[in-house]
Design a protein around this ligand. Structure first.
Ligand SMILES: Cc1cc2nc3c(=O)[nH]c(=O)nc-3n(C[C@H](O)[C@H](O)[C@H](O)COP(=O)(O)O)c2cc1C
Length: 389
C-alpha cells in the first residue's frame, strides 16, 4: 500500500525515514539535570521500535527554568558527554535524535506530576543547591497557588538569549540533529508572547510585534550555534485559554519561518491553571497544524491523541501536517511503527527496525499459522474493534 506515513521527509540536511515522531516527554527522573540509565533505555527503545525522529524531553537552558527538580539540563558542558551516549544509541538504531530546549519561567519549581505538580515555595536549586529564583517577563504569578516571579531586566533577557545559544551549541556537540524550542504550554517563550503574562512596557511587551521579539531573538541566538544544515522546530500553543488565537499563531509562525524555524509543532494551552472544559478526543489539535500549515506556508507537526495507524496516515495524506508526533501511545507501545506498518499493509513492514527484530517478527508474520500481534486484535478469535469496557 502507498503510505504517506512511511514516506521519507528531508528538512535541510536531515532525512527522516518516516513521518513518525516521538513527542518530547519529560521523564522527571534526572539527577541534578543529568541523564541516567533510565533515559538511555527509554529513548533507545523508541529508536529500536522504528520511529523516524526521537525527541528527548524538554531540557532546560538555565537551572532556574526547570519545571521540577528532576528535569534534564544543558546549562553546562558537563551534560554533553552523557547525552552523547543517548544520541549514539538512537542513531545506531536507525532514528534521528532530536532534543527540545526549554525554560519554564514563572511555571518553574514544582513537584513532579505524581506528587501533585505543586508549586514549591522553598527548594534547593537543581544544579548544586543554589537559590532557585523564578523569573518571567512580568512580575505576575501563574495563579494564586504560585510564587511571584521577578520581572526579567534587560540584562536578564540578554543573559537568557546567551543560555539558549549555548545550550544549542551543547546539543550539537552531543550529537543531536534536530532541535526544538519549547514555545508552548505557558512556559517562558509563550509567557513573552502572551498579553496576559507579559505586561512589559519596554521593547519586549505591548504590541504583538513587541511580545514576539523574545521568541525571534531566541531563534536568532540559537541559529548562531545551530548550523544551517540542521532543522529547527518550535512548539507553540496554537491557541490558549487566555485569548491567544489561531490567527495569532499563524502570524507568529510566518515570522519565525523567516528567521530559520522549519517546523511548527502545534500543541495548545498551558497559560491558565483553570480546569479545561471538554475532554479532548482523537487528533484534537490536528486542525491547528492544518491551519498553520496552510496559513503560514510552513511545515507543521501534529500532536495530541494520535493513536491509530490509519489516523496518522490520513493526517499526512490529507495535508493536515508534515509529521505526526505521538506521546503516550509510544509509552504504551514503543514498537508502534512496526504495528502501524503491518496495519497499513506496507510491503516490508519490518524494514525500519534492526535485523534481529526484523528477522524474527518477519518470520512469524509470514508463517501460515494465521497469527496476528496482540496489539492487532481483541482475543484469539480476532474480533477487531471490540473495546475494553
Ligand atoms: C509524561 C509526559 C511528559 C511530557 N513532557 C513534555 C515535554 O517535555 N515537552 C513538551 O512540549 N510536551 C510534553 N508533554 C506533552 C506531549 O509531548 C504531547 O504533546 C501530549 O502528551 C499529547 O500527545 P499524546 O496524546 O500523543 O500523548 C508530555 C506529556 C507526557 C504524557
Amino acid at each position: 500500500m502507498d503510505s504517506r506515513l512511511f514516506s521519507p521527509l528531508t528538512i535541510r540536511g536531515i532525512t527522516l525515514k518516516n513521518r513518525i515522531v516521538v513527542s518530547p516527554m519529560l521523564q522527571y527522573c534526572a539527577d541534578n539535570g543529568h541523564v541516567n540509565d533510565w533515559h538511555l533505555m527509554h529513548y533507545g527503545k523508541f529508536a529500536a521500535g522504528g520511529a523516524g525522529l526521537v525527541f528527548v524531553e524538554s531540557t532546560k537552558v538555565d537551572p532556574r527554568g526547570c519545571s521540577t527538580p528532576r528535569d534534564l539540563g544543558l546549562w553546562k558542558d558537563d551534560f554533553i558527554a552523557p547525552l552523547k551516549r543517548i544520541t549514539d544509541l538512537i542513531r545506531k538504531n536507525g532514528a534521528v535524535a532530536g532534543i527540545q530546549l526549554g525554560h519554564s519561567g514563572r511555571k518553574a519549581r514544582r513537584s513532579v506530576p505524581w506528587e501533585g505538580r505543586m508549586p514549591m515555595a522553598q527548594c534547593p536549586g537543581v544544579d548544586h543547591g543554589e537559590e532557585w529564583e523564578l523569573i518571567a517577563p512580568s512580575a505576575i504569578a501563574f495563579s494564586d497557588r504560585y510564587s511571584m516571579p521577578r520581572q526579567m531586566t534587560h540584562d536578564d533577557i540578554q543573559e537568557s538569549l546567551s543560555h539558549w545559544e549555548q545550550a544549542a551549541r551543547r546539543a550539537l556537540e552531543a550529537g543531536f540533529q534536530v532541535l526544538e524550542l519549547h514555545g508552548a504550554h505557558g512556559y517562558l517563550i509563550h509567557q513573552f508572547l502572551s498579553p496576559v503574562a507579559n505586561q512589559r512596557t519596554d521593547e519586549y511587551g505591548g504590541s504583538p510585534e513587541k511580545r514576539m521579539r523574545f521568541a525571534i531573538e531566541v531563534v536568532r541566538a540559537v541559529r548562531k550555534s545551530w548550523p544551517e544544515d540542521k532543522p529547527l522546530f518550535m512548539r507553540v500553543s496554537a491557541v490558549d485559554e487566555s485569548g491567544w488565537s489561531i490567527e495569532d499563531s499563524i502570524r507568529v509562525a510566518g515570522v519565525l519561518k523567516e528567521y530559520g524555524v522549519d517546523v511548527i509543532d502545534c500543541s495548545a494551552g498551558g497559560m491558565s491553571d483553570a480546569a479545561t472544559g471538554e475532554a479532548p478526543g482523537y487528533g484534537y489539535q490536528v486542525p491547528y497544524a492544518r491551519a498553520i500549515r496552510n496559513g503560514a506556508g510552513v511545515k507543521t507537526m501534529a500532536v495530541g491523541l494520535i493513536i491509530h495507524a490509519d489516523q496518522a496516515d490520513e493526517i499526512i495524506r490529507s495535508g493536515g501536517a508534515d509529521l505526526t508526533a505521538l506521546g503516550r501511545e509510544f509509552l504504551h507501545n514503543p514498537n508502534w511503527p512496526i504495528d502501524a506498518a503491518q496495519k497499513l499493509g506496507i510491503e516490508s513492514p519490518f524494514a525500519g527496525v534492526g535485523e534481529s527484530l526484523a528477522y524474527w517478527l518477519g518470520k512469524r508474520a509470514s508463517s501460515r499459522a494465521g497469527t496476528r500481534p496482540s496489539t492487532w486484535q481483541w482475543g484469539i478469535d480476532g474480533n477487531t474493534g471490540q473495546s475494553v469496557e
